[in-house]
Structures are given as structure tokens and as C-alpha cells.
Ligand binder design. Structure first.
Ligand code: ZN
Ligand code: ZN
Ligand code: ZN
Length: 340
């Protein structure tokens, strides 16, 4: 593969079945595009105007408790509501629609306004992982819920409206697009090769050129098919289909690898690295069995070559398909070299 990997080529995303165009020869191209403002200075431990800080008032006059670890509440402006009536698919020729019920929650990771995954201590991070698992279990118990998406938007660049460390949890009545693709591909792969796709992939990548860091239970790597310049995937080394399948020590290790990855990100361009991060767990109505669905996390960060230069998904990418210049191997080497 080595020789043609220096030339334009495309790579298949084994998890989604989609292709990404890689153009390594373009990495020397001069940049005259837009730069973003650097994120503003460090926040304080408590912000009286923050609607997520303990004891403060949220929209509609609700007051947060004086919480001391994680804190979960129903989103005051939810994208989905659970009380809507059940309905069926409506089809009028090409006009197809279906009602969708769901639940949207917000989880504060810590009462501290100034911390985040890179700066929280291991115990506190383990509590966050435990809380994710508990939310996932409790939401999946609702009869109409098929899928639970946990995700964190970090940084103004990703549209995070509040710097207080928090994530969102959206539970939906149907399995969403990205998860459906991964479900299909994982079940297909197991059927054709009699092995879990991501068990095989983790095995193939272990200690290879795309690995960023690892611990006893988890591997973090820039996937062979990554779209974003410094995109990473976090894979449990032992097969688990959902967060709830992880053992106590593995939850501690998950917190640890998330901290390791985000610290490398922050050090890369010496800036709080913006990203969307989230987990993919086996949906309730999946085609892939629990033995075929491999739980994992994705980090999608937009930065390209400095704290102020980001990648835009425009032009060819918007109209045709994703494209990248820096190879996943180059990105992994940069992240791997960082001393935290
Ligand atoms: Zn706050
Ligand atoms: Zn597996
Ligand atoms: Zn995934």
C-alpha cells in the first residue's frame, strides 16, 4: 500500500460503507483562508451567570440543586418530547413523514465551571462514565425508546452555548442514520466473516501507526477512514455491546483514555481543542446481535493546522463526498508524540 498512499486515493469506512478521498500531496498547499478567533481566557470555578452551575437559576425559574458530582436534568428546550401521542408513518407519494417521540437530557460532569474531561481527576471521570451508563440504561427501559445518543459539544467553534463541562443525552424512538449504517455494516461483517468487525479492527490496529494512546482496556486511534484531520475512535479491547457491559475497572479506564486523548488534543495547538464527542451503543432493535455490535466512542474535532485554522466541510465535500489532505497516519503520529 505504501507507494500509492503518497498519491490521491480513497479509503473505505468499514463501519459505514462510505468512501473518503485522501490527498496527501496537498499538505504543503499555502493557506490564505479564514482564521477563527482564539477561545477567550480561562473561566472561573463558579460563574454566577451560568445556568449550569450549582444553585443557579435556569430558564423558567427552575433552580439547580447544590450538586457535588454529576447532575442530570431534562433539557429546558428539548428537541424531542416523550408525551406526544404515538402515531404512524404518513405517506403521500414522495412526501413521507413519521412522528418521533423522545427524551432530551443534560448532564453536568462536575459542579466546577472551570474543569473539563482533560482536567478532571480520575475518580470524578469514573463517576461521569457511571452516570452515562445509568442514563443509558434508564432511558432504554422506556418502551418506545430505541436508541440513546450521549454526546458532548466542546468549544464555541462547535456551537457549545455554555463552557460549563456538560453533555447531552438524546433518546429517540427510531435508530438514527449514522447508527443504522454502523448496525448494518457490523451485522453484515459478522455474517460474512464470523467475527465482530471492530474486534477484528482493534486487533489489526493494535500497536500500529494509527494508534494515539492506549491503556489496559481501551485503544484510541485515528481510524484508517477518518474524515476530520484529528478524528479519533475509542475502542474497548474486550468485546462489549453497550456501556453497561463494561466492568468497574473498565469504566475507570474509559475515563482515563478520554482524559489522555483530550489532553493530547489540548496540547496539539496549545488551545482548548473543540470537538463533538459521543458513544455508539447497540440500539434496541438492532440487526446486529450483542456479539456483533461493538460499543465505541468517536471524537470529531474541526481544527486543521492551528488553534485558529479549521477544516470546513464545503465544496466537493458537501456536494460529493468527504476529502482530507493530512493522512490519518500523519495525524496519529502528531498526537502520539505529545507528552502530557
Ligand atoms: Zn457553570
Ligand atoms: Zn467486538
Ligand atoms: Zn460509531
Amino acid at each position: 500500500m505504501l507507494e500509492w498512499m503518497e498519491r490521491p486515493h480513497r479509503r473505505l469506512n468499514a463501519l459505514t460503507g462510505e468512501w473518503v478521498l485522501v490527498s496527501p500531496q496537498r499538505t504543503q498547499r499555502p493557506w490564505q483562508g479564514k482564521t477563527e478567533q482564539r477561545a477567550s481566557s480561562m473561566p472561573a470555578a463558579y460563574d454566577p451567570s451560568c445556568y449550569l452551575c450549582p444553585g443557579n437559576e435556569r430558564a423558567g425559574g427552575v433552580r439547580n440543586p447544590h450538586y457535588t458530582s454529576t447532575f442530570v436534568f431534562n433539557n429546558d428546550f428539548p428537541a424531542l418530547i416523550s408525551s406526544a401521542e404515538e402515531g404512524s408513518l404518513s405517506e403521500r407519494g414522495l412526501l413521507v413523514a413519521a412522528p418521533e417521540r423522545g427524551v432530551c437530557r443534560v448532564m453536568c460532569f462536575t459542579p466546577r465551571h472551570d474543569l473539563g474531561i482533560p482536567s478532571m481527576d480520575p475518580d470524578a471521570l469514573k463517576q461521569v462514565v457511571e452516570a452515562w451508563s445509568a442514563e443509558s440504561i434508564s432511558l432504554r427501559k422506556m418502551p418506545f425508546i430505541k436508541y440513546v445518543q450521549i454526546f458532548e459539544n466542546r468549544g464555541e467553534l462547535m456551537g457549545a452555548s455554555n463552557p460549563h463541562p456538560h453533555c447531552q443525552i438524546w433518546a429517540t424512538e427510531h435508530t438514527p442514520n449514522e447508527v443504522s449504517k454502523e448496525d448494518y455494516r457490523q451485522s453484515e461483517h459478522s455474517r460474512n466473516h464470523s467475527v465482530c468487525l471492530l474486534c477484528e479492527y482493534a486487533n489489526l490496529e493494535s500497536q500500529g501507526e494509527r494508534v494515539v494512546c492506549e491503556n489496559e482496556s481501551f485503544l484510541a486511534l485515528v481510524p484508517f477512514w477518518a474524515i476530520w484531520p484529528f478524528e479519533t475512535m475509542v475502542l474497548p479491547k474486550r468485546h462489549c455491546s453497550r456501556l453497561e457491559d463494561t466492568a468497574e475497572l473498565e469504566r475507570e479506564h474509559l475515563g482515563g483514555i478520554l482524559r489522555d486523548v483530550t489532553r493530547r488534543y489540548d496540547a496539539l495547538f496549545e488551545t482548548p481543542f473543540p470537538y463533538t464527542m459521543g458513544f455508539h451503543e447497540q440500539p434496541k432493535d438492532s440487526d446486529a446481535s450483542a456479539a456483533e455490535w461493538h460499543f465505541h466512542g468517536h471524537f470529531y474535532p474541526p481544527l486543521l493546522r492551528s488553534a485558529t485554522i479549521r477544516k470546513f466541510m464545503v465544496g466537493f465535500e458537501l456536494l460529493a463526498g468527504p476529502q482530507r489532505d493530512i493522512t490519518p497516519e500523519m495525524a496519529a503520529a502528531q498526537l502520539r508524540r505529545i507528552r502530557r
